[in-house]
Design a protein around this ligand. Structure first.
Ligand code: CTP
Length: 155
C-alpha cells in the first residue's frame, strides 16, 4: 500500500485572493498531493451564489498554483463521499467557516478545519468593487489629479 497522503478541499475560489492562496499552501503542507474541487457555475447558481469569474477561468487559475496537483469540478453537495473513495483521499480539509459541517466524512477520512486568513473574502472584494464603482466619476478624476500633483511635489 502507498504511504503517499492525498488531501482534498472544496470551494468556489472566485476573484482569487490571498486567503485562498494561504489556504492552499497550508493544505499542501499537510499531504503529498493536493486536489481542489472547484464549484461549477451551475452548482453556485443552485446555491444562489453569483460568481464574477466563470468556472473555466477559476479552475485554470487554481490548477496553475504551484502547490495544487489536480482540479476537479464540484457539481453537487453529495459527491464528497464518492470523491474520497475515488481519489483515495486521506484528509478532507476546509476553512473553519465550515467547522462541523463535514464531520460526517470522518468515517471515510480525516477531517480538518483550518483557520481562515483574517480580513479578506470574495464577499468583501465584491463589496469594495460596488463601493468603488458607486463613487462619482468626477471624484475619482479629482483624486487622481491630487495624487499626480502630490507626486510632482516629491520629485
Ligand atoms: N478561505 C480562507 N481565508 C479567507 C477566505 C477563504 O481560508 N480569508 C478559505 C475558505 O474557508 C474555503 C476556501 O478558502 O475553505 C474557499 O473559500 P471561498 O468560499 O471560495 O472564498 P471566500 O473568500 O470565503 O468567498 P465568499 O466570501 O464568497 O464566501
Amino acid at each position: 500500500m502507498s504511504s503517499k497522503k492525498t488531501i482534498i478541499t472544496y470551494g468556489t475560489f472566485d476573484m482569487f485572493h490571498i486567503g485562498h492562496l494561504k489556504l492552499l499552501q497550508r493544505l499542501s503542507g499537510l499531504a503529498d498531493e493536493l486536489i481542489v474541487a472547484i464549484s461549477t457555475d451551475e452548482f453556485n447558481r443552485g446555491k444562489g451564489k453569483k460568481v464574477m469569474i466563470p468556472y473555466e477561468q477559476r479552475a485554470e487559475i487554481v490548477e496553475n498554483i504551484k502547490c495544487v496537483d489536480r482540479v476537479i469540478p464540484e457539481e453537487n453537495w453529495e459527491q464528497k463521499v464518492t470523491d474520497v473513495k475515488k481519489y483515495g483521499i486521506d484528509i478532507f480539509a476546509i476553512g473553519d467557516d465550515w467547522r462541523g459541517e463535514f464531520d460526517f466524512l470522518k468515517e471515510h477520512c480525516e477531517v480538518v478545519y483550518l483557520e481562515r486568513t483574517k480580513d479578506i473574502s470574495t464577499t468583501q472584494l465584491k463589496r469594495s468593487l460596488t463601493n468603488f464603482i458607486s463613487i462619482p466619476k468626477e471624484d475619482i478624476i479629482n483624486a487622481f489629479e491630487i495624487i499626480e500633483a502630490l507626486k510632482k511635489d516629491f520629485e
